[in-house]
Each structure stands twice: as structure tokens, then as C-alpha cells.
Design a protein around this ligand. Sequence first.
Ligand code: G3H
Ligand code: 13P
Ligand code: ZN
Length: 316
Amino acid sequence: MIVPTSKLFEVAYGKFAIGAYNINNAEQTMGLFRGCIDSKAPFIIQISRGARSYTEKRLLEAMIRAAEAIFPETIFAVHLDHGDEATCHECIESGFYSSVMIDASHEPFAANVALTRRVADHAHQHGISVEAELGMLGGVEEDIAVDERHACLTDPDQAKEFVARSHCDSLACAIGTSHGAYKFSGGQGIHFDRVKAIRERLPGFPLVMHGSSSVPKEEVDRINAAGGQLKGTAGVDPHQYLPAAKLGVCKVNIDTDGRLVWTRVHREYFRDKPSEFDFRSPGKIFMAEYAKFIAGRNALLGSANQLDAVRTRIAR
Ligand code: G3H
Ligand code: 13P
Ligand code: ZN
């Protein structure tokens, strides 16, 4: 069942985080639903602008609607990831999305406020909620590259003013993470002091963590052993998801780790079976492995076994 993102946050706030997973194709969709059913977890499906053009947006929507019918026991929200203004308005009008993200974090503060406010006003007329971003993550998001050295953490006072003026419903904060497979070179991680300071200024307000993949070393090692050339790298410690959730981080965005599962499965498959060419054989392995990965992440996020709590909240 597709539900408003805000309902999931109401149940999760301060207790656990909802996994927000990007999808691009049928195999990811099947693996995601299976993993969330196995772990009895609510979840958020994220669709980026890149995904909306890779698998035509109407096909993605039809796939999700079909999955909703095939798996009636699931409860999830559908979210536009890193939208620009035009895409946000289009998704709001479509009637399909539970929430949209307007990413104007690269704009000066006042322009970010104004842009976010325009999207929030439109979204709220349609009963849809809006995620905005303040501060800059390192790494690459869509077509915006932000040098990690210049990444700046979200200022807590600015965050309070931003929320009051922009009318956004949740806030993606820069708290030390970055997008992609190359996040940390050493022992860096989430800046919990910054999360706490933001929570103090915005008690009860849902916070969002982007760039949350953990980039497991064993996954990178297996990819490289099968012909890959990924650099040695580290991501977010997934055991930090729950402590962050207790501080108000309700939504944890994970995309890169799923891509690593795909790459490992396919590299190993074709390395070991060089004469094979039926993509369905590795596709089946990927769906099973991705489901396993999702269930494991939901356990760490604390969203596993929360389906009944969400169902009760929805029924009210
Ligand atoms: O933060 C961005 C997400 O990982 C989506 O990536 O724009 O390549 O689909 P994408
Ligand atoms: P990762 O690249 O760490 O998976 O982050 C994904 C993300 O933030 C999507 O919005
Ligand atoms: Zn992101």
C-alpha cells in the first residue's frame, strides 16, 4: 500500500529510521519488495531524475503499481529523489508520489528558501510533503559535483530559520556523509554533535541523511577480485544508523550499496561462467542477494518488524 511519507515519519520519529532505497529497474524493485516483506519493514522507494529517464517514468510508475498489487502486505511511500523545481511540480501534479525532494542546496540561502517555498506551497495543496536540503554534501549528486573539501555541514541556526521560512516537511542535512562509493578515506563518520545541535533547534522535525551507503569492504574486495577496479574506500558505519535515528533522522538514503551488490553478482557470474549469456540467471541471483541486503539494512535501521505499528497508525 502506498502511504504518505509523513505517516511513516510519525511512527518512526526518535525510534527508528525508514530505509529509502533508489530503484531503476524490475530486478531492483523485486529485490526491494522481497527484502522488505522478509524483514516486515515499511520503506520508501526513491526515484531520481536519472531513473525517470533511464526506465521511462511511466514504466517505473506502472512497475511500482504492479508490485503494490502483487505484494499487498507491503507499506511504502514513493519519493522523488533530488528533484529540480520543474520535476517536483510534475511529480506533485502526477498524483503518484507521496513526497518530493527539492534540492536547491547549491543555491544561496534566500534562493533555496524561495524555491523550496514555491514547491512546498504547491505540494501541500495536493497533500504531498516536501524534503528540502540545506548545507552541502561532498561527492556527486545528479549533475552537481561538490568537491568534498568544500562540503559544508548544515548550520543549526540556519536550519531552524530555513524550516520556518520554507515550510518544508523534512530536512536533508549535511552531517558528514557524501554520495557515491568514495566517502571516507580514514575514520571519519557521521557528525553526531551536529545532528544533536540541529535536533535541539528543531525538536520533533524529521531529518534526512543522504549518502548513507556503507560501501562494505568485502563487497568491494569481491568486485575487484572479479575484475573490478574500485578504489579502497569506506562508507557510513551501518551500526550508526540507529543512534542517528534516535536523534531524529527518520529517513536514511541508500543507493550505492545496492549498485555494489549488482556489480558483484554480475562480475562474479560472468567470470565463473564465461560462456553464459542469459541475463536472467544472474538476474535471479541479484534479486535474491538484493533482498538479503535490504532485510539486513532494515534490521540495522530498526525498521524491521515495524510493519504492524505502521499499519495501526494508518488505520487510525
Ligand atoms: O543521490 C543520488 C542517488 O544515488 C541517485 O543516483 O541520480 O545516478 O540515479 P542517480
Ligand atoms: P549513497 O550514494 O550513499 O547510497 O546515497 C544515496 C542517496 O543519498 C540518494 O539520495
Ligand atoms: Zn542523496
